[in-house]
Design a protein around this ligand. Structure first.
Ligand code: PLP
Length: 237
């Protein structure tokens, strides 16, 4: 895969985002594009850095941690978009600026600052509560009936700043309707969390629909990076 192809794909997606924002009557500056580089080599992250990308998304802790360490000092904002294991929560928090996948109370507790937090640990982490729009709990995300109590938990936990809601449109459903639902849930949530005005939704195949429904954070992988290489099995630490 040549660098020219990469810059072309990036430009095409940026153009598509600008078009969708214009159609929706929204300023494109309200939209953050997180380029999801899971399974991709560090060299590709570096190429994207040279092309001006600063927001990167990862979904597997060990891979993300290794990339963040190797690229430390490069000005990257790391977004964690995958499921977070409770026992890895504090490690994920250490390199992530934004965690998009907060989906259960035990994870909120694990991510929050302990009372005896050291000074270096006092910086909070921004997070989205992930909503599961399917009936399959394995998909990640909190079910809609459990959303409000989880939001309350985030709000009352020191060290976490709630940005808003994250969701993945279910396969086979009309993405625009799915995103409209997330947008409505977000509006309801602002009754208890007025500052949580962001929506993380929209991927390679459905970002235009997400923008039309108010997405502020797109998580785009393959449309920019090209196909993902087969996952490499990393040793568990
Ligand atoms: C992989 C992934 C993406 C990006 O998906 P593409 O279809 O490659 O754009 C977005 N969000 C999450 C949670 C992901 O795991």
């Amino acid at each position: 895969m040549g660098e020219a192809d990469l810059s072309q794909r990036l430009a095409t997606v940026q153009g598509g985002i600008a078009d969708a924002a214009r159609s929706a009557g929204r300023p494109v500056t309200d939209i953050t594009t997180v380029v999801v580089t899971k399974f991709q080599p560090v060299s590709l992250v570096r190429e994207l850095l040279e092309l001006g990308v600063r927001d990167f998304g990862e979904s597997r802790h060990q891979e993300a941690q290794a990339k963040a360490a190797e690229l430390s000092g490069s000005g990257i904002t790391w977004h964690f978009v995958g499921q977070v294991q409770g026992k890895k929560a504090r490690q994920v928090r250490a390199y992530s600026s934004v965690i998009h996948s907060v989906d259960r109370e035990s994870l909120v507790d694990a991510l929050g600052s302990p009372v005896e937090a050291s000074a270096g640990d006092a910086v909070g982490v921004d997070c989205f509560v992930q909503v599961n729009l399917t009936d399959d709990p394995a998909r990640g995300g909190v079910s809609i009936p459990n959303l409000a109590p989880l939001v309350e938990r985030v709000l009352t936990t020191p060290g976490l700043t709630l940005l808003g809601l994250m969701a993945v449109a279910p396969l086979g459903a009309d993405p625009r309707r799915s995103f409209a639902l997330v947008s409505e849930l977000g509006a309801q949530m602002r009754g208890i969390a007025p500052d949580a005005r962001y929506l993380s939704m929209g991927m390679s195949q459905d970002y235009a629909a997400a923008i039309a429904e108010g997405a502020t954070h797109l998580r785009i992988g393959t449309a920019i990076t090209g196909n993902r290489p087969a996952p490499v099995n990393l040793k568990t630490s």
